[in-house]
Design a protein around this ligand. Structure first.
Ligand code: HEC
Length: 136
């Protein structure tokens, strides 16, 4: 009888330890995989973003990695603005309340027509400029 108890207790302890390990592993995975919830930009996406940047003539006013208009470098823009703010800056959204000339405003207003996939790619491109995988 005592032996059966001892076995039962050993078994339960084992099960509890397994459950604990699984829980901890799950917790650990959840923490380490957090960035995956907001999937990292793919190389394709950034390449498309570079195309959009070129097609839209952003370099008339901006520079990246030394190329383009040096007056308004965008190299560190992504470190100061999150995705949402970058989007607002690109299209000169009224929410950013910047002191932009009407010429700049109207140039940027046209960017609101950029298709969503291209806009996401453009933002990923701006964010990727600082990453080692980007062409710099
Ligand atoms: C007609 C000129 C012009 C064009 C074209 C233009 N921008 Fe801008 N952009 C500006 C000006 C002016 C600002 C404000 C800069 C400032 O206040 O520091 C600005 C700000 C920004 C910012 C915020 C920069 C920062 O450092 O805070 C981003 C990001 C940006 N533009 C992206 C773009 C992208 C991407 C394109 C092309 C789709 C584009 N812009 C096209 C003039 C332009």
């Amino acid at each position: 009888m005592r032996e059966r108890w001892a076995r039962l207790v050993a078994l339960l302890t084992g099960v509890l330890l397994l459950a604990l390990a699984a829980t901890l592993a799950g917790w650990h995975n959840r923490r380490t995989s957090l960035p995956a919830a907001a999937p990292a930009a793919t190389t394709d996406q950034r390449a498309r973003g570079a195309q959009v940047y070129a097609e839209q003539g952003c370099a008339r006013c901006h520079s990246l990695a030394g190329a383009g208009n040096p007056r308004l470098p965008l190299d560190d823009a992504a470190s100061r603005h999150d995705k949402q703010a970058l989007r607002q800056w690109i299209i000169a959204d009224a929410a950013i309340n910047a002191n932009l000339s009407s010429r700049v405003r109207s140039a940027k207003a046209g960017y609101a027509q950029i298709p969503e996939l291209d806009m996401t790619a453009l933002i990923a491109y701006l964010q990727g400029v600082r990453e080692p995988t980007s062409p710099r």
